[in-house]
Design a protein around this ligand. Structure first.
Ligand SMILES: [Zn+2]
Length: 455
């Protein structure tokens, strides 16, 4: 159950960046604004698999909220892109911060990780562009123009800040959407249940370790919802790689809910690193429609289960984290560089196993900023990378009496953030992770710091 005590609120207020509690007169003035921008790249730009965008099935949106508490503003933003990494993630944060009139540390930006969408990593793109016979990369000018469009929407929203006085929290079990990608086969060998799974025997295996609950945080004024923020953990993609841009299952569910309820809706992807739709997605259009319908039903049920509490303050905590790069064979800088420079290698090898490996190693000294928002009974964590579901469940265990909602897929330069056990077991994710196995304890320690007052 959520815990809501004055001692907690004081602690969170004190952890504002300035390190000072808000004066009581200002603390009463909570306001919120919503923004939405179309951030679909132009036709011809590459999507995650290197396929060039040919057709916009439905637009990719960047949606979020600006929360104002006295003199301080905070921004939460969820983008219908596969990933934002390194300097591209920093660019989005900086432009949003400038537009909202706040500092970068008070801006959380996360991707939803659809695969009918682009990956932006300005550093990897620079390396690729300088390599022989480079593959198509998302142009720096394109990314900047889309970030500017988003910033303009954020700026406009600040003229429409409206008061709120309640925070609602609700959760509901989602029916047949998420399932573990890591299925134990014969002799404990890990089999991969991809997001689109054509193998009936793999689809028949149990869901495995997931977080079955979708969590919804509602900001309201006198019982009237102004915005709903939804949190659920899974890779969200159905078939991709055919030049189509789409917000896919989570975007469909979110926009339908918004149209039906008439309340602004934002969806954040939780720690879905080792979770897919595979058990329930054979790749057919009817499977896709069923997934969107059931995810939307989860949003509706969580909203219906909402219980409101008064909101008077916002707490915000920032924990900078450094993740060590891997040094095992195949993952050194020399290995990454060799792949990046090889014109005969395929798009994924050059980009994800090559340029991004090198780019991650070059960011040494630039920490990942993990943040937590405390408002009413809700504690919302913003984590980087493709974190395993274990981390989301761990955050809930760390603060068992709080309502802990988790957004992952912040700066995705880490690739997968696996558990140490997963490296020993094998499977797909550890082959696609940029960070060393000890990252599990690094991330757990950061989560404990983000929730320090709740333990
Ligand atoms: Zn992924």
């Amino acid at each position: 159950m959520p815990r809501f005590s004055s001692a907690n609120l004081l602690f969170w207020a004190v952890s504002l960046a300035a390190g000072l509690p808000l004066p009581a007169a200002q603390a009463a003035g909570l306001r919120v604004a919503t923004f939405s921008a179309d951030v679909t790249p132009p036709v011809g730009q590459p999507l995650v698999s290197g396929d060039l965008l040919k057709r916009v099935e439905d637009p990719l949106l960047a949606k979020g909220i600006v929360i104002e508490d006295g003199p301080a503003r905070y921004v939460l933003c969820a983008v219908d892109w596969c990933e934002l990494c390194n300097s591209s993630h920093a660019l989005f944060r900086r432009k949003i911060a400038e537009a909202a009139g706040t500092c970068v540390s008070r801006v959380a930006v996360a991707a939803l990780h659809q695969h009918t969408a682009p990956v932006a990593d300005g550093d990897a793109e620079k390396l690729l562009t300088a390599a022989p016979k480079p593959p198509a990369v998302l142009g720096a000018k394109t990314v900047e123009a889309l970030a500017d469009r988003l910033a303009a929407a954020v700026r406009r929203s600040t003229a429409c800040l409206e008061p709120f006085d309640q925070v609602g929290v609700g959760e509901a079990k989602v029916d047949r959407v998420a399932s573990s990608r890591r299925v134990k086969g014969a002799h404990g060998k890990i089999r991969v249940r991809w997001s689109t799974c054509k193998e009936a025997d793999l689809r028949a295996m149990p869901e495995g370790l997931i977080d079955p609950l979708l969590k919804t945080v509602t900001l309201a004024r006198s019982g009237k919802p102004l915005v709903r923020l939804h949190y659920y953990a899974t890779h969200p993609q159905t078939p991709y790689g055919d030049g189509r841009a789409s917000a896919d299952v989570p975007g469909w569910a979110r926009q339908r809910r918004e149209r039906k309820e008439g309340v602004f809706q934002v969806y954040f992807d939780g720690c879905g690193g080792d979770i897919t739709l595979g058990k329930y997605n054979d790749g057919t259009p009817s499977a896709r429609e069923g997934l969107a319908r059931r995810l939307e039903a989860g949003m509706q049920a969580a909203a219906a289960a909402t219980r409101f509490a008064p909101a008077a303050h916002v707490g915000w905590r920032v924990v900078p984290v450094a993740f060590a790069p891997r040094n095992d064979p195949g993952y050194t800088e020399a290995d990454g560089r060799a792949r990046l420079l090889n014109p005969a290698a395929d798009y994924g090898t050059r980009t994800y196993r090559g340029a991004m490996v090198v780019a991650f190693r070059h960011r040494e000294g630039v920490p990942f900023e993990l943040t937590a928002l405390a408002i009413g009974p809700a504690r919302i964590l913003h984590l980087p990378g493709e974190a395993f579901i274990d981390f989301q469940l761990y955050a809930q265990r760390v603060a068992p009496r709080a309502f802990v909602a988790v957004a992952a897929y912040g700066d995705c330069a880490t690739g997968y953030i696996c558990t140490q056990k997963a490296f020993a077991e094998g499977g797909y994710e550890p082959t696609d992770s940029m960070v060393a196995p000890q990252s599990e304890s690094v991330l757990r320690s950061a989560i404990r710091k983000l929730l320090a007052d709740e333990r």
